[in-house]
Design a protein around this ligand. Structure first.
Ligand code: GLO
Ligand code: MG
Length: 339
């Protein structure tokens, strides 16, 4: 059952519970300790920011050593690195964004740091670079030129594609938070940019459920659209209770039918990428339970795979042909209720 799917998450998915209104409520686990949890939880690979691997201000030699050390730990633990994402939202030079910052010096910083993320990816053995364009947007519309902004993002993508002829770029789009309005707010926007890039074959998307929901879209339809383009190269599955801050709730915990449709479309398409679970523990979670949200999300995913595999597709086709969507709905809901 599990053999088709490889599960991944990032070190940020085991957290201290701090939020904008309060300090940590759980101890901050060292990265090496987090890495020991992966296999125990049934996960196969690690998603990484550049500075999860080593600090962003390390020189070439220090970076090379940092990468070699992490690579060795990954090999020892039997894990692989899924992707590297340049963290372009915490440094002082990314206050106004990375690629779309108004300051030329700040844009240069973002480009240099992204190239370094490619070097890190090569050293730890992955060809996938994820761009979550956190601060590429505005708080007020007048702050930046919305025609120039996508051009700057495209130039950055092209620069990375030219810098390394092997890497792939995966856009992870999100409509808001931290910005009021993000540029390229949905996977559809980024897919259009892929086709304008210097090498469309190496440009695709990572789709996160919560981000689609925040954009008012259904994650399974967003995922299906990227599958149609053969550009769904990773996912961040989680859940989201309505239009508010990005919650990263456990997969399927809010809307089981929405989660089922996500799994069902991945199953039908024989999706071969990783199942990333970008989930956060509740702030109320005790330290001894702080990885349960990961185990639970994986378990819910696998349970929904079983449900998807138990669907009688000829029955679905017959009900579609008869336009009997009332019966089709009851059939699916009863499946979800264990019948
Ligand atoms: C935030 C994003 C973020 C990314 C991560 C890797 O909303 O989901 O957690 O997934 O930085 O790109
Ligand atoms: Mg994410």
């Amino acid at each position: 059952m599990t053999r088709n799917y490889r599960f991944t998450f990032g070190p940020w998915n085991i957290g201290t519970g701090s939020d904008p209104f309060g300090p940590p409520v759980r101890p901050d686990l060292p990265f090496a300790v987090k890495l020991r949890e992966y296999k125990k939880l049934g996960f196969d690979g690690v998603q990484l920011h550049d500075d999860d691997v080593c600090p962003a201000d390390w020189n070439v030699e220090q970076t090379r050593r940092g990468c070699a050390e992490l690579k060795k730990i990954l090999v020892d633990e039997g894990l692989f690195a899924e992707f590297v994402a340049p963290r372009l939202w915490e440094h002082a030079q990314t206050i106004d964004g990375g690629y779309t910052a108004n300051s030329e010096a700040d844009r240069r910083y973002a480009l240099d740091r992204s190239k370094r993320a490619v070097d890190i990816a090569n050293m730890i053995g992955t060809r996938d670079i994820v761009l979550w364009l956190a601060r590429e947007g505005t708080y007020i519309r007048e702050a930046k030129c919305p025609i120039e902004a996508p051009r700057r993002i495209l130039d950055a993508v092209n620069m990375l594609l030219a810098y390394d002829k092997n890497i792939r770029i995966l856009g992870e789009m999100k409509p808001n938070e931290p910005m009021d309005q993000a540029y390229l707010p949905t996977p559809g926007h980024f897919l259009a940019l892929c086709y304008k890039s210097a090498d469309p074959k190496r440009c695709g998307v990572l789709i996160e459920s919560a981000h689609s929901i925040l954009a008012g879209l259904d994650p399974s339809d967003d995922i299906a659209y990227a599958l149609f383009h053969e550009k769904l190269w990773s996912v961040h599955l989680n859940d989201q209770n309505g239009l508010k801050y990005d919650q990263d709730k456990s997969f399927g915990s809010v809307d089981l039918r929405r989660a089922f449709n996500t799994v069902w479309v991945l199953e039908r398409a024989k999706y071969g990428g990783c199942i990333g679970l970008d989930v956060k523990a509740m702030r109320t979670t005790k330290p001894e339970h702080q990885v349960k949200h990961l185990a639970n999300s994986r378990a819910i995913f696998l349970r929904l795979v079983e449900v998807a595999r138990s669907i009688d597709s000829s029955k679905v086709e017959r009900l579609r042909a008869e336009r009997d969507y009332e019966s089709l709905e009851l059939y699916i809901v009863e499946k979800l209720m264990g019948k």
